[in-house]
Ligand binder design. Structure first.
Ligand code: MN
Length: 457
């Protein structure tokens, strides 16, 4: 059943689709600007695939963050259609000054609550779940909104990318809901996504079982996740060959493994989502999402986009980036286990200047909470970049239910110190001047306390 609010969002997305179609028909080059994480890269992939399949041309730029200065530069170009995906909702004012038409396909909350702006010289179609009171953290990702915005072309095979992006934005955590569920159900019906029960090991399609278990953090396997030595011991004790792929295990090995892993965490067995008719390395949406993230972190955006477009000459290279990233994650978890986080009353934080730790700090601090190495308090990762501190904050559903909204806190706290920030209630980021770090941490600590107290009133 499609609810009324969802129907409004789908209608808005259909308007975007019609606008895109009209520009492709006029042979305009479509200018796509998207975010550098798995969600943003799949958003760009969905849009680029659509334009290509429809016989049009496109130009993609991937950015770590959309600044008004990026939009200033676009003002000097002659493109007739700009699409901002997984970003843009926070920049509507600057976007309204572009000379061409614009589609914004985003799921982030705008800090000031403004989504619609008037523009004299162009048409702007803003597709964002928050306009219709739909939750952009759980119900739909940037890739989902992008998919809805091209849905009228009936390229249902792109649903795989839509769900891969949602996975990357952690929207599969408690099962799919809302718009994500609508996309999934339709894809199952069209045969473009297959769901089955299986061991949810992160790299089961590409890595031997020993690494597949070590690299699995979602869900965490206490004692084994991030710990190759313990994993090998566990496999030896249960007479399971370490070097086979999951699919190569004998029935007997498989059943023992399944039983033992379920003993550690029952969530390890459950639904896995696969894309049919694609290279083996990309069939599992979790692996696909991790692969794209690895490309994004290494700024190998063209590798990511070309893989999404079905050109595989850079796939092996992308796999090596993923392998490196997995090793960094393992080292990062060792770092957090050893050093822990600095504890404040209501939050905790890890500060690092180490290049390798910076790449994984946000992910491993959050996994640290799942592994119960760290307490369940919002966690900040603080990374020094010249005279700035890049802050990444994460928390748990439990804390969100207690009233914590990190998106609001990162936005307001950073602005108090001439920084910028924002994001979702469960994960958000900020950039602040380095000399304000301690003040910033103290303010965030107070704001979390305030939100929790306010919620319990
Ligand atoms: Mn996103």
């Amino acid at each position: 059943m499609i609810q009324k609010q969802q129907r409004y969002l789908l209608n808005r997305a259909d308007e975007a689709c019609d606008l895109l179609r009209s520009h492709i028909e006029k042979e305009h080059v479509v200018r796509i600007i998207s975010h550098n994480d798995a969600d943003g890269l799949t958003s760009a992939g969905i849009l680029a695939n659509t334009v290509q399949k429809a016989g049009g041309r496109f130009h993609v730029t991937i950015l770590p963050r959309l600044r008004d200065s990026n939009i200033e530069k676009l003002r000097k170009t002659r493109y007739k259609l700009f699409i901002f995906s997984d970003m843009g909702s926070g920049n509507v004012e600057a976007i309204s000054k572009l000379k061409g038409d614009v589609i914004i396909a985003d799921h982030h909350q705008s800090a000031d609550g403004v989504y619609e702006v008037e523009s004299e010289n162009n048409e702007i179609i803003h597709v964002n779940p928050h306009i219709y009171d739909i939750d952009g953290t759980k119900d739909v990702s940037g890739s989902g909104v992008s998919y809805l915005s091209v849905h009228g072309f009936e390229y249902y095979e792109l649903a795989g990318l839509a769900l891969t992006g949602a996975y990357g934005d952690m929207q599969f955590k408690n099962g799919l809901q809302g718009i994500n569920k609508l996309i999934l159900d339709e894809a199952i019906e069209k045969g473009t996504i297959i769901v089955k029960d299986e061991l949810k090991l992160s790299y089961a399609n590409t890595q031997p079982i020993s690494k597949a278990i070590t690299y699995t953090y979602n869900p965490v396997l206490k004692g084994l996740s991030g710990n190759q030595e313990e994993t090998d011991k566990f496999l030896d004790e249960n007479n399971i060959s370490k070097d086979k792929l999951l699919s190569q295990l004998s029935n007997e090995e498989y059943e023992i493994l399944k039983e033992k892993l379920i003993d550690i965490n029952e969530d390890i067995y459950g639904k896995i989502y696969t894309i049919p008719n694609i290279r083996r390395e990309l069939t599992n949406i979790e692996e696909y999402s991790n692969l794209l993230n690895a490309c994004g972190k290494n700024k190998e955006y063209s590798a990511a986009i070309s893989i999404e477009l079905g050109k595989y000459n850079q796939l092996d290279y992308a796999e090596t980036l993923l392998e490196k990233y997995s090793t960094s994650m393992q080292n990062g978890i060792e770092w957090i286990k050893k050093e822990g986080c600095v504890q404040k009353d209501n939050i905790q934080y890890a500060y690092t200047e180490d290049k390798e730790h910076k790449k994984v700090a946000a992910a491993v601090t959050s996994i640290g909470i799942d592994l119960e190495v760290l307490p369940d308090k919002p966690v900040l990762s603080l990374m020094k970049m010249d005279n700035l501190i890049k802050v990444s904050s994460r928390t748990t559903d439990n804390m969100v239910n207690q009233g914590v909204n990190l998106g609001v806190i990162m936005n307001q706290a950073s602005q108090s110190f001439n920084g910028t920030g924002g994001g979702h209630n469960i994960a958000a980021g900020a950039t602040i001047p380095a000399n304000q770090m301690d003040n910033f941490i103290n303010l965030v600590d107070e704001m979390v306390e305030y939100q929790i107290n306010k919620n319990s009133d």
